[in-house]
Design a protein around this ligand. Structure first.
Ligand SMILES: [Fe+2]
Length: 356
């Protein structure tokens, strides 16, 4: 395979650039051949077809195809805004630990000024995968669930104040954890049955904390109280089931599951997003709301196209095609040019994402 190509997100391609590799739509149709020279109308059409990135030929440049392109700059900006926001969350949540009071107004401002724009930014799921994290799990997790809930809410048609309230609910969903003894919250390894019961109280504790604020909306309160309830009534704290669970809580449950699985924790290593998609498909039956889950999975998969991943045999590969069904495994092209359909070749798994 030729190495003189670089990955560009669609919004960074310009007329006159030469396509470096076949371009597929999400259902596997070839829309542009290698060597096509881009024109303004072709770029518009690519957008219409939902293409989010392209491989572009680099004249006289012999870098590897997945070396840094203009995408990386956008990612760096995302990381900077992200870490600034996490710092504010950390400060506010830590104060809460002592002051017994949640700065809801400050959190609302943070949603307006930082989190909602980040949730709407191009490539957000990829950036979230790659964001450098310190060990402050709860703060990063709160941020990620807020962003993912916002993204998911947008896909589900939420707008305006409703969308902002949903993001706020995502941001505050685990705020009750500030009231859980740190030795339980940060315990490496499995919790005992008694410790688990205490841990589960973070839902009611969070609800009580936020309920004191006169401006807290029903959606935010339900999102906090019910985010561990499950469709079949097997969740907690009240074993609420089906449509008795508030839509915000159903959305947060999916965002929460996705982030927990894709993060490194003391008791499990982070799982590559592809495997998470498979796991979420399994969870979807009975536990998570199928409409919310399907919307999330259908959209989130698009972000994985073009990702550079590591296979279980150690080889690096690029994801070039995603199968038709939600749970199907992708087709990848390895660094040595071999095409592998992981749906057929089950012995290969993706162990991690190298570049997204
Ligand atoms: Fe939680």
């Amino acid at each position: 395979m030729g190495n003189k190509i670089k990955r560009y997100s669609l919004k960074n391609v310009k007329p006159g650039m030469e396509v470096g590799q076949l371009v597929f739509t999400n259902d596997g149709q070839v829309v542009l051949g290698e060597g096509t020279i881009l024109t303004p109308s072709l770029i518009e059409r690519l957008d219409y077809w939902g293409i989010t990135y392209l491989l572009i030929k680099q004249n006289g440049d012999d870098s590897l195809p997945w070396q840094e392109g203009p995408d990386s700059l956008i990612q760096q900006e995302f990381f900077a805004d992200y870490s600034q926001t996490v710092d504010v969350i950390k400060q506010s949540f830590t104060n809460m630990h002592f002051a017994n009071e949640v700065p809801v107004r400050k959190m609302r401002e943070l949603v307006d000024s930082m989190i909602e724009p980040l949730a709407g930014s191009v490539g957000v799921i990829n950036h979230l995968q790659m964001v450098p994290r310190q060990d402050d799990y709860t703060f990063h997790h709160s941020m990620n669930v807020a962003v993912a809930s916002g993204l998911l809410g947008r896909w589900l048609g939420y707008t305006g104040q409703n969308l902002k309230e949903l993001i706020l609910a995502g941001l505050l969903h685990d705020v009750g954890k500030m009231k859980i003894p740190p030795e339980i919250l940060n315990k490496p390894g499995k919790l005992t049955v008694d410790e688990m019961e205490i841990m589960k109280q973070h839902t009611t504790r969070g609800y009580q904390l936020i309920k004191r604020d006169a401006n807290a909306s029903l959606g935010v309160l339900c999102g906090i109280l019910q985010h561990h309830e499950r469709m079949d009534g097997t969740g907690y704290p009240l074993k609420t089931a089906g449509d008795k669970i508030h839509p915000f809580a159903k959305i947060i449950a999916v965002a929460d599951a996705y982030d927990a699985m894709t993060s490194d924790r003391v008791y499990h290593k982070k799982i590559a997003p592809f495997a998470v998609v498979e796991l979420l498909v399994q969870e979807m039956f009975g536990k998570l709301d199928p409409t919310v889950c399907t919307m999330f999975l259908n959209n989130v998969r698009d972000y994985f196209l073009g990702n550079i991943v590591q296979l279980c045999d150690g080889r690096e590969a690029e994801v070039i095609y995603l199968g038709q069904y939600i749970g199907s495994r992708p087709v990848v092209r390895t660094i040595d040019g071999e095409l592998l359909d992981l749906e057929k070749q089950k012995k290969y798994t993706i162990v991690k994402t190298i570049k997204a």
